[in-house]
Design a protein around this ligand. Structure first.
Ligand code: 5CA
Length: 437
């Protein structure tokens, strides 16, 4: 992508309404624009990151055999009356009437919708277990939408639902999701700690929140110090095997969100206790037959008897994660993207676009990077070098290749690692070998 053609409306001034780094940086880097309170448009740069995050989430859901589908954003109110949640949900639910005066709502989550689909389609215990998910926009009319995409009213969520014959099966589904979540967040360069959590309006008796530690987080948490430097080596796990030992290992030590904190355990931990703030990026629930019973979702068992299915639901805040990654990865100059979620891998800075040698070298580099599938953002604008450095630091592309006339005379370009700030001169060939390797 050529920056001269790219729609990336950066801001020099810090927007007054933004209180935390991620909100500030997303506005300044031209990633999002507010439409109304808690509702945002995703501009090209922000949308690229959203898609990268969505893709990692999707790959890790697929890896545990969870099947992707797509349910609508608008749901009929009657479904929510069946589960008794229509009145319970209160003013957070956006209620709509269609032209026939039918009561509809913009879905804040999809338990009712998926249970309705399941009960109409699945008859036999042989068809279980089932794991289904979708990645779809949700609406919750939050009292205090704030911090940009972190607490929005419209937000993108991955929500998955499991259907099992019995509690042991439901536990296996829960464990798959638990491990999948650890892997998902690790791939984004984040360390998300699984914490005992309250299950809230969703109900149920087993629930974990996945929380990233950050000073600007909205949740107050407490955990054992060991979580801070616990190794997260999860790539070689057999996802079809018994995952209970892994779940046990990650839940053996104390980690709890605010509502679940236990003063006695905390006293006993002494110096091993850490209290901190965090961002909830995922939340998983086992709720047994709460919805299946209310809505009549049962299958025929081996002896012809009716078995009400055991369910769980599993959410990831996909759009919130964009902000959460920035909270975890930024410095005074701007965003520092972890490579897997970076909007581009390489920023190519042409320091003198009116110099034919510089431009020829840049065009060559740009074509080679593109040809090797490396996503490059080429700053070919007729701007001062200082502006280019500041913008590229702000948008946080992991590698910068800086091309200027003086270096070129010696046959070298400068390569900067945005993460460490290290910069060094290299021949064009060795820079390319490193970036395309
Ligand atoms: N039905 C369940 C699981 S599918 C559910 O809705 N869980 S939730 O309420 O915890 O939401 C799942 C995730 O969505 C949260 O962990 C959080 O990361 C994200 N989320 C929730 N509310 C918002 C919001 N207002 N803005 C951005 N992300 C949100």
């Amino acid at each position: 992508m050529r920056l001269s053609r790219y729609f990336m409306p950066t801001l020099k001034e810090t927007p007054a309404e933004a209180q935390i780094a991620s909100h500030r940086l997303m506005l300044r880097a031209g990633m999002i624009r507010q439409s109304s309170a808690g509702i945002y448009s995703w501009l090209p740069l922000g949308f690229r990151v959203l898609k990268k995050i969505e893709r990692i989430v999707r790959e890790e859901q697929d890896a545990i055999g969870c099947q992707e589908m797509l349910m609508p954003t608008i749901q009929p109110a009657d479904l929510w009356r069946e589960s008794d949640r229509y009145d319970d949900y209160g003013p957070e639910m956006l209620r709509i009437r269609d032209r026939h005066d039918r009561e509809m709502l913009y879905g804040p989550t999809n338990e009712e919708q998926i249970t309705d689909i399941f009960r109409g389609a699945v008859r036999s215990y042989r068809d279980l277990p089932q794991l289904l998910y979708h990645i779809q926009w949700k609406f919750r009319d939050e009292v205090r939408p704030r911090f940009g995409v972190m607490r929005g009213r419209e937000f993108l969520m991955k929500d998955a639902y499991s259907f099992d014959l019995d509690r042991a099966g439901a536990q296996r589904s829960y464990n798959k999701m638990f491990v999948s979540y650890l892997r998902t967040f690790e791939r984004m360069g984040l360390k998300a700690i699984p914490m005992r959590a309250e299950s809230g309006p969703i109900g149920g008796d087993m629930s974990h929140e996945f929380v990233i530690l950050a000073n600007t987080g909205e949740s107050e948490i407490a955990c054992h110090r060991d979580f801070l430097d616990m190794g997260w080596a999860l790539s070689d796990i057999d996802l079809d095997g018994d995952l209970q030992p892994i779940v046990d290992a990650y839940t053996a030590k104390y980690a709890a969100t605010d509502e679940e904190r236990d003063p006695e355990t905390e006293r006993a931990l002494g110096d091993d206790l850490v209290t901190a703030r965090g961002i909830e990026v995922g939340h998983i629930f086992y709720f047994g037959t709460k919805y299946s019973k209310a809505m009549g979702a049962a299958v025929n068992g081996p002896d012809g008897e009716d078995i009400t299915v055991e369910m769980g639901s599993y959410g990831i805040g996909v759009s919130r994660l964009v902000g959460a990654v920035i909270e975890a990865c930024h410095d005074d100059a701007g965003i520092v993207w972890p490579v897997p979620v970076a909007p581009f891998q390489v920023g190519l800075l042409n320091l003198k676009p009116d110099d034919p040698a510089c431009t020829a070298a840049c065009e060559d580099l740009y074509a080679t990077l593109n040809g090797n599938g490396v996503e490059a953002l080429y700053d070919d604008r007729p701007e001062r070098a200082g502006v280019k450095f500041a913008d590229m630091d702000l948008i946080g592309v992991p590698w910068q290749v800086i091309v200027g006339p003086r270096g070129l005379q010696q046959g070298v370009v400068e390569v900067k690692d945005r993460g460490t700030g290290e910069r060094g001169e290299q021949s064009i060939e060795s820079a390319l070998a490193m970036l395309t390797g």
